[in-house]
Ligand binder design. Structure first.
Ligand code: ZN
Length: 429
């Protein structure tokens, strides 16, 4: 397997929750020599410095300060969360069996969650002598399963069955005597008295590279951990340019981005503001020469249902990075941002495809236009083509993951200068 694909699948397999994904990215930045900053402390930044910060344990921001001239910010935004089920407070349901009470997080395909081994991961907040501390928790074994009802008892199961998350999606933990066991497992894993928790279901199936030519990649959370990883790799590999490269991985995209660590928060704006303050730069001038790549996976044309795709804008898996367009600004790409992104990709030898919803299918939304409301810069919405979006096990293309890493390396190694209707793009190698 390609070394870069192995690194991607290692990340996917380690990211059993949004907290684990963010922690893995933070650790990756640490290993690359990035200094951790804390929002509650004064920042002293120096030319040549490499920095990162986290918020809420689920959002990650990283940036580097060039040694020479600084024209603007080149940014990317992706998201660390995925549709799943959250474990409720008082979530053990006893009876003939012991089940867990869960509620939906985001809009998912429900059927794929049934009949496969599951477990719980996330964070717990434990009591300490001085206050409290958040700790990652992962019950790393086959622990839960949501059994289907047999076809003999539900003859309509194949005729457009409607799932009720309060009834049909409750995972089985054990028999009548299993009450209280989960709490013990969690306390043991946390190593302290639990005062609060944010725990989510995850599927136990690992990432897989498959197909006639091993051209497909399947995993949980490809939307959007695939983009988060490829943007991070491009960010790390890029040469120094005349722009400040900024990597943003936000939480809460699947539930509208409105959280302290989502794209609707002031996290990015505050970060840029503090960079400018620390370096005595004029943020207004820098923002006018800045660009945002909003990277969130895109729908590939479906092998069995090509009719759902727009006839002339139907990306294929392994056909290249996708530029997304929407007249109502659900996707922010316009003629200028498309041109700039296409030029970056051409320089990197990366093919570009386009996506539009069919005019009679509303489609989804993403974080580009939400981030724009906080930091208003020229933005392109992009993504990697994938199948089965919001299933608990999604499918994308091996080649595309490499294309995005190459595109982001070229992007982060560029500098942009905007003067009226003129756009000057300088590449550094
Ligand atoms: Zn997404």
């Amino acid at each position: 397997m390609d070394r870069r694909i192995k690194a991607l699948t290692d990340f996917l397999d380690a990211s059993h929750s949004v907290y684990h994904a963010a922690a893995y990215l933070a650790e990756t930045l640490e290993k690359e020599g990035y200094t951790r900053l804390f929002e509650g402390e004064k920042w002293s930044l120096a030319p040549g410095g490499k920095y990162y910060l986290t918020r809420g344990g689920t959002a990650v921001m990283a940036f580097r300060i060039p040694r020479g001239e600084i024209r603007g910010f080149l940014m990317s935004a992706s998201h660390s969360d995925r549709p799943t089920f959250k474990f409720k407070e008082n979530g053990e349901l006893s009876g003939t069996y012991t089940r867990l009470a869960v509620e939906k997080y985001g809009g998912m395909l429900m059927a794929p969650w049934l009949d496969r081994p599951l477990s719980l991961a996330g964070r717990v907040t434990v009591e300490t002598d001085t206050g409290a501390e958040s700790r990652l928790v992962d019950i790393d074994r086959d622990l839960l399963l949501i059994p289907n009802v047999a076809i003999h008892m539900n003859r309509g199961a194949n005729d457009g069955f409607k799932w009720n998350p309060a009834v049909d999606l409750l995972p089985l933990l054990g028999g009548a005597g299993a009450g209280g066991k989960l709490e013990k497992l969690l306390e043991k894993a946390a190593g302290g008295k639990i005062l609060g928790h944010d725990l989510y279901l995850y599927v136990r199936q690992k990432a897989s590279v498959w197909g006639a030519d091993r051209e497909y990649l399947s995993s949980a959370a490809l939307d959007d951990l695939e983009c988060a990883w490829c943007c991070t790799q491009g960010f790390l590999a890029a040469p120094e340019s005349e722009s400040i490269p900024v990597l943003c991985v936000f939480d809460s995209e699947e539930v509208g981005s409105a959280s302290v660590q989502g794209a609707a928060s002031r996290l990015l704006e505050m970060t840029l503001c503090r960079i400018c303050d620390a370096l005595a730069l004029d943020q207004r001038i820098l923002l006018a020469n800045s660009f945002m790549v909003s990277a969130d996976n895109a729908h590939a044309v479906h092998p069995n249902h090509p009719e759902y795709a727009d006839a002339s804008n139907a990306p294929v898996v392994n056909g290249g990075v996708v530029l997304k367009f929407n007249a109502s600004q659900r996707y922010t790409t316009d003629g200028v941002s498309a041109a700039i992104f296409r030029k970056v990709c051409a320089g990197a030898g990366v093919p570009v495809q386009t996506y539009c919803n069919r005019a009679d299918i509303p489609g989804g939304s993403t974080l580009g236009n939400i981030s724009l409301s906080q930091v208003s810069v020229l933005t392109a919405d992009i993504g990697l083509p994938q199948l089965a979006m919001h299933s608990c096990y999604e499918t994308a293309g091996v080649k595309d993951a490499l294309y995005l890493q190459d595109a982001m390396t070229a992007y982060y190694g560029s500098a942009l200068e905007i003067r009226g209707e003129q756009y000057f793009l300088k590449e550094f190698r």
